[in-house]
Design a protein around this ligand. Sequence first.
Ligand SMILES: CC(C)(COP(=O)(O)OP(=O)(O)OC[C@H]1O[C@@H](n2cnc3c(N)ncnc32)[C@H](O)[C@@H]1OP(=O)(O)O)[C@@H](O)C(=O)NCCC(=O)NCCS
Ligand SMILES: [Zn+2]
Length: 218
Amino acid sequence: MARIHPTAIIEENVTLGKGTSIWDNVHIRHGASLGEECIVGEKSYIAYDVKIGNRVKINAMVYICAGVEIEDGVMISASTTFTNDRFPRATFPDLKSLRPSEPDEHTLPTLVREGSTIGAGCIIGNDLEIGRWAMVGMGSVVTRSVPDFHLVLGSPARSIGTVCKCGKLFHKFESAESGAYACECGLEYKITDRRVSENKLNAEIAEDAEKINELAYA
Ligand SMILES: CC(C)(COP(=O)(O)OP(=O)(O)OC[C@H]1O[C@@H](n2cnc3c(N)ncnc32)[C@H](O)[C@@H]1OP(=O)(O)O)[C@@H](O)C(=O)NCCC(=O)NCCS
Ligand SMILES: [Zn+2]
């Protein structure tokens, strides 16, 4: 069962997975779905039909608009704002009627891939992807897709290096390097023209790490 703070507003047809916690004054619009063991911090907003995977951490005051999809294990830090309309207007040209707020052909998607982290106070543009295990530095403005495992920062956000699944920076970009790199945690990666791929052995190392974790917490 999900834990829901009494001040949270959960609209109809919202799905909340087992072990998910919704803190105070969160608003989740109709049709949204969250997987298992997610945390949604206070005063965050999740729009209509937004899909969120398992074990996603959303801090306080995060704004997630329609058209956003978030995969498993993503962290979204406090005060991050997503956007879905590139040239927004409140009304039609005669100023006599409001444009509808429901998603329409101007609503552009954003996909946040598994394991990635978005730092505090970021603005995320639309029609783009944040890659698997990528990391966005605090206060960044993301205007283009972020490749898997890249660390981006600034306004506009630019890649400065690559981060491991454990969160550590394992390589800083100086040019369009290629090569083999290892993080101090043991995971290994190959970089080809700034594209990062995982060493096949990573799955085994991750499995070992899981076993070690199990032993440590037994
Ligand atoms: C991007 C980040 C991972 C880099 O960490 P780091 O490798 O330890 O970086 P350093 O502090 O050594 O800084 C390296 C350089 O990048 C700059 N820098 C660091 N973070 C930056 C950011 N978010 N935006 C712009 N520049 C940044 C530093 O000023 C420094 O520049 P300098 O060499 O000219 O002085 C970290 O700064 C960050 O933003 N983490 C996310 C924090 C967060 O939002 N947490 C949320 C949960 S509490
Ligand atoms: Zn590592």
